[in-house]
Design a protein around this ligand. Structure first.
Ligand SMILES: Cc1cc2nc3c(=O)[nH]c(=O)nc-3n(C[C@H](O)[C@H](O)[C@H](O)COP(=O)(O)OP(=O)(O)OC[C@H]3O[C@@H](n4cnc5c(N)ncnc54)[C@H](O)[C@@H]3O)c2cc1C
Length: 536
């Protein structure tokens, strides 16, 4: 019989950033510049963790000297309808300059270059930047700014009471240690939610975006009383077949059918804006679809490889090299990848959530990608630092109950000697999500699937077991996935129409009345409850 006990340690700061991706790091840097004491807790290592860990190559922004004045530009791209969009476009260039000054090369060959991901007829707004080492540079800058970075700590839950958040509970993923973070303000920046739906290679961890991001921020925010939006509107990406890497805006060639007929262009980022193309062709009997690089110039080929490397696509190039394949001579297949969850925590243009002292940024609700993480991370840091100045001091008594509860949960999982592994539980939820809430959805399927999921969720919470703190992290991730899965089912049942990748076979039309509305899921006594709201 095992008797693992977790030692408890306490860490105090004005501002706690949960997650050290570009959003968490930019938040921490800004909060620190504003005079707050800041700690980042990251379950991996901020040097290479999360989606930006191995590199990014394009940064959405507007630069007046290149694209003309902002009002004319945004009238053309039509992206200024919401308060959040307005703030984004007004601030993105400032972040470009700041990143450049921190050693992230935002210029290419001495000048700003907008290229890739372009839509026909619209001005280009993706700035190419050499971002292979973005996280290394941001980590360095954060440390220089006095931020305390604690790696290998997974945050499990927020400490909250009466609508106010005053810290979070985490655990060391390598040692038997529970960490209680006491903070005046907390910023959630844990990225997207992967591993809920199966991906194209069948492996749990071979995913096109970081598999260690499992919607932990969304799950803990929801449990604490935040609303989640658009959870049923899952997204999909595409890329080279059976690779979990895409480089969607970098491919310079043409997409062709098996008879050599062009059906899309890498330069116009068909793969980015129409990721379902490959699957649609397959279904129509006209597939597969190939990326054909024949005929591109040497310069284009070298440029393409440069940007693929900066966007973390080195494995594809290594594969070609290792197999002795010249991709210019051998067209290769593309495919549509699996579903993932871009919807998430509702936060406003100041990054505030409805809970006092709680902020969110970056891919907690995916928009504007890395540039959004930088802009809203910085705004979250500023808002949190300002709040920390006037926040009440931490109430010792309020932490005790959640800490005891968390300790009991974690020790129970660590001490079980018989039960289910996290891999079994993760595969089970992926199966239920794919079969009942995947690409084909209907009232009857969703109802049956939600029942299966709830039964499994209860069972999993009673039988999950971990051999060590690392497996404990995986178990907690799976528990979060069950919460997110239940929320996704609830939202998919409520949206009685088809939109984006939400295909209701019983409601195949898109209802225009819902164009301006969003679906939020609230936590009422532990149950997800849907509600429609006008989009801000
Ligand atoms: C290969 C690839 C290439 C991309 N290229 C581009 C590009 O060129 N341009 C672009 O705009 N976007 C790109 N993106 C998307 C971009 O990287 C993300 O939008 C961006 O990284 C989001 O930043 P974030 O800080 O919100 O999340 P992330 O960068 O994903 O960081 C989340 C952090 O939270 C930590 N974390 C998660 N859960 C917990 C927890 N419970 N406790 C503690 N820590 C936790 C993780 O370890 C991670 O460090 C790319 C993504 C990928 C995967």
């Amino acid at each position: 019989m095992k008797d693992v006990k977790l030692n408890v340690e306490q860490i105090d700061a004005d501002v706690l950033c949960i997650g050290g991706g570009p959003a968490g790091l930019c938040a921490a840097i800004r909060a620190s510049e504003k005079g707050a004491s800041v700690v980042i807790a990251d379950k991996s290592n901020t040097l290479r963790s999360g989606d930006a860990g191995m590199g990014n190559d394009h940064f959405m922004c507007h630069i007046p000297d290149v694209q003309g004045e902002l009002p004319g530009f945004y009238n053309k791209i039509g992206k200024m309808s919401q308060a959040v969009s307005k703030i984004f476009w007004e601030n993105a260039y400032d972040l470009v300059k700041r990143w450049d000054s921190w050693g992230i090369p935002m210029k290419y060959e001495g000048k700003y270059e907008f290229a890739g991901h372009s839509m026909p007829g619209l001005p280009k707004f993706m700035l190419h930047f050499s971002g292979q080492n973005t996280k290394v540079k941001l980590t360095k800058k954060a440390k220089k700014s006095g931020v305390n970075i604690i790696n290998r700590v997974m945050i499990l839950d927020l400490i909250h009471d009466n609508g106010a958040v005053t810290g979070a509970i985490g655990f060391d993923v390598r040692e038997s240690k529970l960490l209680v973070f006491k903070a005046k303000a907390v910023i959630l920046a844990t990225g997207k939610c992967m591993r809920l739906f199966p991906q194209n290679t069948g492996s749990l961890f071979n995913t096109s975006t970081s598999p260690i991001n499992t919607g932990d921020g969304r799950a803990m925010a929801y449990r604490a009383g935040c609303e989640l939006s658009d959870m049923e509107l899952n997204d999909r990406w595409s890329g080279p077949k059976y690779f979990a890497r895409n480089g969607r805006g970098s491919w310079m060639g043409e997409y062709k059918d098996p008879h050599g007929v062009q059906i899309g262009s890498g330069k116009e980022a068909t793969s980015h804006f129409y990721p379902g193309l490959y699957e649609d062709y397959q279904k129509s009997g006209r597939g597969p679809v190939y990326m054909d690089l024949a005929g591109i110039s040497n310069k284009d080929y070298e440029d393409m490889k440069y940007w693929l490397i900066h966007e973390a696509n080195t494995p594809i190039l290594d594969f070609f090299k290792g197999e002795g394949v010249d991709p210019r001579k051998h067209p290769f297949e593309f495919m549509t990848y699996g579903l993932f969850t871009p919807g998430g925590i509702n936060y406003n243009e100041k990054c505030e959530t409805p809970l006092s002292g709680l902020y969110a940024a970056g891919d907690e609700f995916m928009s504007f990608y890395i540039a959004g993480a930088a802009v809203f991370g910085s705004i979250a840091g500023e808002s949190a630092a300002a709040f920390a100045v006037k926040a009440r001091s931490f109430d010792e008594e309020r932490t005790q109950a959640p800490v005891v509860k968390a300790k009991e949960l974690l020790e129970a999982v660590l001490n079980r000697t018989d039960g289910a592994t996290w891999q079994e539980a993760n595969s089970a939820i992926q199966q239920v999500m794919a079969d009942y809430c995947g690409l084909t959805r209907s009232e009857t399927l969703l109802t049956a699937g939600l029942e299966h999921l709830r039964r499994l969720k209860k069972k999993v919470s009673q039988v999950l077991m971990a051999q060590n703190p690392h497996e404990l992290m995986r178990c907690v991730e799976v528990l979060n996935l069950f919460d997110i899965g239940e929320i996704t089912f609830t939202a998919a049942k409520e949206r009685k129409e088809s939109r984006q990748h939400h295909h209701r076979v019983d409601f195949p039309f898109t209802n225009p009345i819902l164009n301006e509305q969003r679906l939020v899921i609230k936590n009422e006594n532990g149950q997800p409850v849907p509600e429609w709201r006008m989009r801000a």
